[in-house]
Design a protein around this ligand. Sequence first.
Ligand code: PLP
Length: 355
Amino acid sequence: MKKYNFNAGPSILPEFTIENTANAIRNFNDSNLSLMEISHRSKDFQAVMDEAEALFKEILEIPAGYSVLFLGGGASLQFCMVPYNLLEKKAAYLNTGTWANKALKEAKIFGEAVEVASSKDANFSYIPKNYEIPTDADYFHITTNNTIFGTEIRKDIDSPVPLVADMSSDIFSRPIDVSKYGLIYGGAQKNLAPAGVAFVIVKDELLGKVSRQIPTMLDYRTHIANGSMFNTPPCVPIFAALQTLKWLKQLGGLQKMEQKNIEKADLLYNEIDRNRLFKGTAATEDRSIMNVCFVMNDEYKDLEADFLQYAVSQGMVGIKGHRSVGGFRASIYNAMPMESVQALVDCMKKFESNL
Ligand SMILES: *Cc1c(COP(=O)(O)O)cnc(C)c1O
């Protein structure tokens, strides 16, 4: 049966990425060797790394003065690497959910980390507004897309101090003005590649300013100086990321991608708003175009298990909501085709009319 993959992460990847990566795992560049069994220092792999970095910069239109890194350890290691490298006295964090909170917690190990605002009072169903960013902070940290709660900051905000963003689950979903950020990071397993690699975009001039000693592997400068090859990089995920970047470019880049993402999200949110059984959990103006969270209206609450079972029987995968929100979550990342979102919408309509 056809499966519609709404998994939150690791999640759907373009067919192009999976196909090309599978082929390279069998026979990389007609070498009769697997991508998994060659030296990362070989000419052929170096070309993969160089092209991945170049395409990353091209598609996001990253200005001069920034480095792009591919590192192990996931987004979670960045929760500690960011303050290790950037926090001298004080950092400011916007608390918009589970991941933002984890980032904040790590920063506290390194110095004063203040929470400038939080939406915990309403189970992170909105993005706080009208907060003040302390001008004496070394940086201000935001999580642009809150994967678990389905809220998103889709505008590049102005910050008086270097802006640091966890973009794990919305990188490449829309054009961004990188010049407004000091550092952007994320795990690749939502919109780019299989798990195992994290990306970091860092403004070079922000580095080397803290007085503490930084372990070699945790110092961004080590990886900049070695082109993300100080040690063995995650070769297969990096190769897969390159395929996704090629796919994105062929498709027409980020403007095109954003347009498609908005169309998909509108289709699903419109059905959630129309269908008497369902309601969205995120504040309308903060709704994510990547993770769509919804529950059943109070009077139909006891039908949630039935709907889930019905959706699964129709091929829907991964739509059970995260335990901290309940209900349902449909992750509709870049690689998700419109037809799959339509299939979920059809499911919701059918379930309603069968009642
Ligand atoms: C998935 C996710 C993470 C965690 O990523 P890991 O690579 O597993 O550490 C962090 N932040 C956000 C916003 C995420 O969606």
